[in-house]
Design a protein around this ligand. Structure first.
Ligand SMILES: NC(=O)c1ccc[n+]([C@@H]2O[C@H](COP(=O)([O-])OP(=O)(O)OC[C@H]3O[C@@H](n4cnc5c(N)ncnc54)[C@H](O)[C@@H]3O)[C@@H](O)[C@H]2O)c1
Length: 253
């Protein structure tokens, strides 16, 4: 495992890391030398094992990131295990399992559930690490949004709204936390071939996404590694409140 000295000795919490892109982020951060604290509503042990098998350092906890008490325990476990939290990657979300439908068919309960997981969780986890990071006058928060916000993607209105909120929250949190040395940025991937995206998207939608790109190929979780490490490290030290779009040149902002 090659260590990026920028992340050696750092400690990163990754939410939604039991599978998919969150697992890729966890492996990448650990591969770059960070100790990773992985959480998910599902048992993240499979990712913990993968990190350790690759020579990295990880612990995992089943955590519902919408629950303040559970998130407080997660942060306490991270500090207990590694003494600090330097990086928070807010990746957990409801996405793949969401049925695509017209907004006129989305129920108010479905709306609320997506908003609670995709926005309240970002608020709760960030709120939980902010005092610790502020005390250390150092920290990097990476919120995961989506280019569905730029593209006006239809049939997922609650999801699109939640990710728009994540971008907006990133800016306001960046303004509040800058004076404490904490950077808050947003990573906005295009349609990325996680298992959730593969099962949740039609073949037509996947092909349409390829054709809309400047680089006409599928977007893979590995395409997000470089941008994630950039935002998680001091390589992006003077950057905050920004959204980095990674979609093979579909969206140009
Ligand atoms: N795959 C894509 O095309 C794509 C594109 C843009 C953005 N994204 C975003 O990237 C992230 C990862 O997407 P993915 O494709 O790997 O999806 P995924 O469904 O595989 O991963 C999401 C993870 O979040 C976890 N999770 C859900 N609710 C949770 C909760 N309350 N507490 C803790 N964990 C919870 C799930 O169990 C799951 O492991 C999401 O934020 C998604 O919105 C994905």
């Amino acid at each position: 495992m090659q260590t990026n000295p920028l992340l050696a000795g750092k400690v990163a919490i990754v939410t939604g890391a039991a599978q998919g892109i969150g697992a890729t982020y966890a492996l990448a951060l650990a591969g770059a030398g960070a100790s990773v604290v992985l959480c998910d509503v599902m048992d993240p042990q499979v990712t913990v094992d993968a990190v350790r098998a690759a020579g990295g350092t990880a612990i995992g906890r089943i955590t519902d990131v919408t629950d303040e008490a559970q998130v407080a325990q997660l942060v306490a476990a991270a500090i207990d295990a590694y003494g600090q939290v330097d990086i928070l990657v807010n990746n957990a979300a409801l996405f793949g399992g969401l049925p695509r439908k017209r907004f006129t068919e989305i129920t108010a309960d479905e709306w609320d559930r997506v908003m609670i997981v995709n926005t309240r969780a970002v608020f709760i986890t960030s709120k939980a690490v902010a005092p610790h990071m502020s005390e250390r006058r150092s920290g990097r928060i990476v919120n995961v949004a989506s280019t569905t916000v730029h593209n006006g993607t239809p049939f997922l209105l609650h999801y699109v709204a939640s990710k728009g909120a994540v971008m907006a929250m990133t800016r306001s949190m960046a303004r509040e936390l800058g004076e404490f040395g904490i950077a808050v940025n947003c990573l906005a991937p295009g349609l990325t071939m996680s298992d959730a995206a593969k099962t949740g998207s039609s073949a037509v939608a996947l092909e349409r996404a390829v054709q809309a790109r400047s680089f006409k190929r599928e977007q893979l979780p590995d395409d997000l590694i470089g941008p994630l490490l950039f935002l998680a490290s001091d390589e992006s030290g003077f950057m905050t409140g920004q959204t980095l779009v990674i979609d093979g040149g579909t969206t140009m902002v």
